[in-house]
Write a protein that binds this ligand. Sequence first.
Ligand code: KIV
Length: 289
Amino acid sequence: MAQHRAVPKTTVPTIRSRKGGPPLVMITDYDAPGGRIADEAGVDVILVGDSLGMVVLGYDDTLQVTLEDMVHHVGAVARSRPQALLVADLPWLTYHLSAEETVRNAAALIRAGAQAVKLEGGRPRLAMVEALVRAEIPVMGHLGLTPQSIHVMGGYRVQGQQADGATALVEDARALADAGCFAVVLEGVPAEVARLVTEAVPVPTIGIGAGPWCDGQVLVFHDVLGLEDRVLPRFVRRYASLKADAVAAVEAFAADVRSGRFPSAAESYHLADDVAASLGLSRTESRPA
Ligand code: KIV
């Protein structure tokens, strides 16, 4: 914890300046304990992603996540006071209808504690990116397999596998950077395409399922820790098995309760001997072994 306050708060310009430098580390998070874990581990960026919907809220896709859900969870992470840059996803349909509504919705996330917002899509979103930048709200782009487009893509499919798709990704990334995005997430694209994009733009690219040539990497908190064990996409590396550990721990608790091993005398509060005696209780009755 001491180390926590010794290092200055990471800012948008810090992340922007890391283009081509040591790889950036971003991880998603959705609550205060997770924020403390990510921050003590020294990540550069914490993303309150709309993966919230699937990872924490139990929905089948990210389209169910509302601005109110995001504000609630951004506030929780922000209260862990991370030194990492805190970025929040604009959920589906909060940045599609008008520039004014986009800025208002993004402002709600900033007021909840985010330092920047992330939105999905390329050239069709430029007007919204420009409006946010004019309102002094830093924007991270997100291209490739954009989960909010699941119905248009026909599922979670790797994007940019043909030359025209790859070229479009490069053009989209250039346009986002020109419009003022300080970084761009590349999700679910061939490593070679992510390399082309990374070399084409002056801002850091942060990859997930986009190979090793991005300026940084992001993974979902619950995937890294093995809290999510139902699916294991190719691009996930699991660094712990906390779901299995948690099930074993709760099983052990249940067994102790059922066998009477929990709670012990030391885990209980007790009457003073004279009070117990005045109630007619023997020492044994008032103190379980
Ligand atoms: O919502 C999310 O978790 C994301 C990351 C996968 C980049 O957008």
